[in-house]
Write a protein that binds this ligand. Structure first.
Ligand code: HSE
Length: 443
């Protein structure tokens, strides 16, 4: 049987997980692929660094160049992370015509076009299934399973840490800060937790999905991103009362205009954003709890589909890495690339629209002085901005200087909403910063 030689950089939690999964199911993979996969060398930080699964000493080296420059190694697995040395390693391997498999979303987000150009130049492939949603095969689904579709919408719960925190806030009525501390103790959230809870990790992932779906590389700086720090248990409660659940949602959908109405054209502009979103309790995404991830994909041919699974962890990530290794091995077996390329820029013009251009529905929570005429002042500002109010809640029995006032608003452009809220925030009867989340009905 033909053999494909693998090299890996990274022998910690994920790297040893990949090695372990290969030890467990490598024979099964060989039977399925008709190709034997063989690990030749693994670069590690230190021979005795902590790792959940052992790696044989004779396979390890502490010099990554020994892996990248080994002429016998055909496929390089990069699990270093970050955008520094990882980029050097990946470019060095691609320049030698080696296929690269990476789990590095930050690297792809920052340097995607350069890396894919380098791969194209040397006729190599760059695979990245593990970079988005861990074990969920969403990259392969978008690239191959849905090759006959234009994408009317992708909604993703793509950050397990945020989903864990929001789930506990919803189910237990817990405070954000308390759950975050717990999540850090349990190892779900990093210290500091900013990359996750400020939405950057989700931004990188949703940018990769948007690029693949719409055929132009999305600059992640253009992705409007809000994290979950502003979500409080009181918002969870009111959202529930109104029939909604709050999720950190990555959203990719054609903006208004060409392509947005399923008219068979490529969209001129695409919304790509990450923000806490009220979604209907009855929607299946509202039941995605804990550290789980899910992607809801709407294709113009296939209709609605849902992908669910673990978005992180050594075993889920190993599953995704080895699926890329399998594709790379089949490419080599077939004597060339026999599948849809990992990334194809097919949109002649494509742009991420600014949030101001997008129309949304809104949930707003204000702290107001409880006195006659307050609601009239607020509704006058919304009326002047042509923003309609669909419902209002002011709970009875609140004590103290201010009371919460919750408004659900009809669809309006984000630019109009931003200006109206800025005016409302300046009213003397408003105490504290207005809280606003967008609402998606997902229909
Ligand atoms: N920190 C990420 C999450 C996992 O919480 O989903 C790695 O992408």
């Amino acid at each position: 049987m033909q053999q494909v030689n693998l090299g890996m950089i990274g022998g910690g939690t994920v790297g040893s997980g990949v090695f372990h999964a290969w030890q467990q199911n490598g024979d099964l993979m060989a039977a399925r692929l008709g190709v034997q996969l063989a690990f030749r060398k693994i670069a590690v930080k230190a021979f005795d660094e902590p790792r959940p699964y052992p790696i044989p000493r004779h396979l390890m080296t502490t010099a990554w160049q020994e892996v990248v420059n080994d002429p016998q190694i055909q496929v390089l697995i990069e699990l270093v992370g970050g955008t520094g040395i990882a980029k050097t390693m990946v470019l060095a391997a691609l320049a030698q015509g080696k296929t690269v498999v990476t789990a590095n979303k930050a690297l792809l987000s920052a340097h995607g076009p350069e890396l894919f150009a380098a791969a194209a130049k040397s006729g190599a492939n760059l695979y990245y299934e593990a970079s988005v949603c861990g074990g969920i095969p969403i990259i392969k689904a978008l690239r191959e399973g849905f090759v006959a579709n234009r994408f009317a919408a992708i909604y993703g719960i793509v950050n397990g840490t945020c989903n864990y925190i929001l789930t506990r806030m919803k189910l237990e009525g817990a405070d954000f800060a308390d759950v975050l501390t717990d999540a850090q103790k349990l190892g779900y959230a990093e210290t500091p937790p900013d990359l996750d809870i400020d939405g950057h990790d989700a931004q990188h992932k949703i940018g990769i999905l948007a690029s693949l779906a719409h055929g132009f590389w999305v600059d992640h700086h253009k992705i409007h991103t809000e994290g979950i720090r502003d979500v409080s248990k009181i918002d969870m409660l009111f959202a529930q009362q109104l029939g909604y659940t709050i999720k950190l949602l990555g959203i990719v959908k054609p903006a208004e205009g060409r392509g947005a109405q399923g008219d068979g054209k490529l969209p001129a502009g695409v919304q790509v954003s990450v923000y806490p979103t009220l979604i209907p309790n009855a929607h299946v995404l509202a039941s995605v709890n804990g550290v789980f991830n899910a992607c809801f994909v709407r294709g113009d041919v296939v209709g609605d589909t849902l992908f669910y699974g673990r978005g992180a962890g050594k075993d889920a990530t190993a599953s995704a890495v080895l699926s890329d290794v399998a594709d790379a091995a089949l490419d080599l077996k077939g004597g060339g690339k026999v599948r849809v390329a990992p990334f194809v820029a097919h949109a002649r013009s494509g742009r991420v629209v600014s949030l101001d251009e997008i129309t949304s529905r809104y949930y707003v929570r204000l702290s107001v002085v409880d006195r006659p005429g307050v609601l009239a002042k607020i509704s006058a500002i919304f009326a002047a901005a042509k923003i309609g109010i669909s419902s209002v809640i002011q709970p009875e029995g609140h004590q103290g200087e201010s009371v919460p006032l919750i408004l659900m608003l009809h669809a309006a452009p984000n630019a109009a909403m931003r200006k109206a809220l800025a005016r409302i925030a300046k009213l003397p009867v408003i105490k504290g910063r207005p809280i606003m989340f967008r609402v998606e009905n997902l229909d």
